[in-house]
Design a protein around this ligand. Structure first.
Ligand code: DQA
Length: 148
């Protein structure tokens, strides 16, 4: 079973976007490391970044029938706004971890609420790009324990 990594809006700007909050890695750096870790564990990993809600939703629908066993998602600003993206994850019932680079709880109050956290297996925030790596380690462990 494969792992899908989804990045929401403005994450294509990583590296230049508010590096004090989001770090200096570019998205391609993060995705490249995740690919290497997944491949080392014998898993297929696909990644998608989109600024468009419907593109993320349609990729989640596709995951229902493309052998995706685990999703790692940073919904970015959609975290705090998107019932539609939440409903897509609920519909496909694929286990997921919610990741944020920054500690959303130490920031503005509107970032404290997430439409995803109660559905997620777990939430990682404030650990920068390492949060994705840790989420992937969890996914690898989970998928290794499955036979089909
Ligand atoms: C973010 C936190 C969100 O509040 C923000 O809108 C983002 C990035 C993070 O990774 O820290 O775009 O999800």
């Amino acid at each position: 079973r494969d792992v899908l990594v989804l990045h929401g809006p403005n994450l294509n700007m990583l590296g230049m976007r508010e590096p004090h909050l989001y770090g200096s890695d570019r998205l391609v750096d993060i995705d490249t490391r995740l690919q290497a870790s997944a491949n080392a564990a014998g898993l297929q990993l696909s990644t998608l970044q989109s600024n468009a809600e419907h593109v993320l939703i349609e990729r989640i629908h596709q995951a229902y029938s493309d052998n995706t066993g685990f999703i790692i998602i940073n919904p970015a600003a959609f975290t705090h706004t998107s019932v539609a993206l939440r409903d897509a994850l609920a519909a496909v019932k694929i286990p997921f971890i919610e990741v944020h680079l920054s500690n959303v709880h130490s920031r503005e109050p509107f970032r404290h609420r997430s439409y995803f956290s109660d559905l997620a297996i777990g939430v990682i925030c404030g650990l920068g790009a390492m949060g994705y790596e840790l989420a992937l380690q969890y996914a690898i462990r989970q998928l290794a324990g499955q036979t089909a």
